[in-house]
Design a protein around this ligand. Structure first.
Ligand SMILES: [Zn+2]
Length: 349
């Protein structure tokens, strides 16, 4: 894919450049910019060019055509989510977000029958306070529980470098930070289908709209009706919407959040619903739009994701609208801790 793209670049430049610019401008026309007050404009021009890799000429055109930006101390500044979504729908194949997502989703080439294979992973989570030394003693850090057992997997072993308290939702570790939690877990899966005609119809209605996938802050997605009115349905918004629809039809459903595991772990959300056969099925409507950002995704993947348990998914105790982490400083101030999460497949590079 990249080779053929590079070879077109050696042919006469003008038509390719025009086509390039058009692709980027089309993507800009469809962009759903992060709304206020959730915008964080802290990416400068140089960084933006590194993310987009569209070249300065196209970048100027984007700016002139209304790419949302603010004015920083040394020039224009952008919101990172805007740049990522602009790149993801540019079709350039060269931008950093497109390459990163393609890399993270390499496993989507596999036949879904592979989803049932048990996989072993190590995990390492580090939480720290943005206030550093000022945080003080007596602080605490919470992280949602990892629940691979929902898909038939298990936490094999774990350890923390601080005293730990566990309840149904969270693992709470006493400070001072940074605090660490690490161990080893197994994921499993199972191919299943939704049986209920009603659940299938609700799901199909959603898919038929053809919503675009995008990366947006969770707080923006919480207002899912506003986001979806723009034709955009990121995973948290889609899960909250479907949870609501399934419940309205009389089914027991929960929007669940966790990760898609790979080399670059993607925070993700889907819905778990109790089907007519009494079995809880995972419905992941985002695999379909997401697989369009993968290279050679298996054609059966979108359908298989409507009911199956996937060994590439790690569940947490958190619903889609619940944060994964929390922190209380020594002086009682609460906030979101800085988090570093690394989950790696055992025996893989
Ligand atoms: Zn603190």
């Amino acid at each position: 894919m990249e080779t053929s793209m590079d070879s077109t670049r050696t042919s006469p430049a003008a038509p390719t450049d025009a086509a390039d610019a058009k692709r980027w401008l089309d993507s800009l026309a469809k962009l759903y910019p992060v709304p206020d007050p959730h915008r964080v404009e802290n990416v400068d021009r140089t960084q933006a060019l590194e993310i987009l890799r569209c070249g300065p000429a196209v970048f100027e055109e984007l700016l002139a055509s209304g790419l949302p930006h603010g004015e920083g101390q040394s020039g224009v500044v952008f919101d990172r989510h805007d740049l990522i979504n602009l790149a993801l729908h540019s079709g350039s194949g060269l931008s950093m977000p497109e390459r990163a997502v393609r890399y993270a989703l390499r496993w989507m080439r596999e036949d879904p029958t592979q989803w049932a294979t048990p996989l072993e992973w190590t995990f390492h989570i580090e939480l720290s306070c943005v206030r550093g030394e000022e945080c003080g003693g007596g602080s605490s850090f919470a992280h949602t529980r990892l629940l691979p057992e929902i898909n038939g997997g298990a936490i094999r072993e774990w350890t923390s470098d601080r005293p730990v308290r566990i309840d149904e939702q969270d693992i709470t570790m006493s400070g001072p930070g940074p605090v660490q939690l690490s161990g080893r877990l197994r994921t499993e899966g199972r191919l299943m289908r939704l049986r209920s005609p009603q659940l299938r119809a609700i799901t199909k209605d959603f898919i038929d709209v053809g919503y675009r996938w995008a990366q947006l802050p969770k707080a923006v997605q919480a207002d899912y009706t506003t986001v979806m009115a723009y034709g955009v349905a990121p995973c948290f918004a889609a899960s909250l919407f479907l949870e609501n629809e399934y419940r309205a039809a009389g089914y027991q459903a929960i929007s669940r959040s966790g990760w898609i595991l790979g080399m670059l772990d993607l925070v993700h959300a889907w819905v778990e619903v109790v089907d007519d056969d009494g079995v809880t099925k995972s419905v992941d409507v985002i695999f379909d739009p997401l697989s369009r950002h993968a290279e050679d995704a298996h054609p059966e993947l979108p359908q298989a994701a409507l009911g199956s348990r996937v060994n590439r998914i790690l569940q947490t105790a958190a619903a889609a609208d619940v944060p994964h982490t929390g922190h209380t400083c020594g002086d009682g101030q609460t906030g979101v801790p800085q988090t570093r999460t690394v989950i790696r497949r055992v025996g893989k590079r």
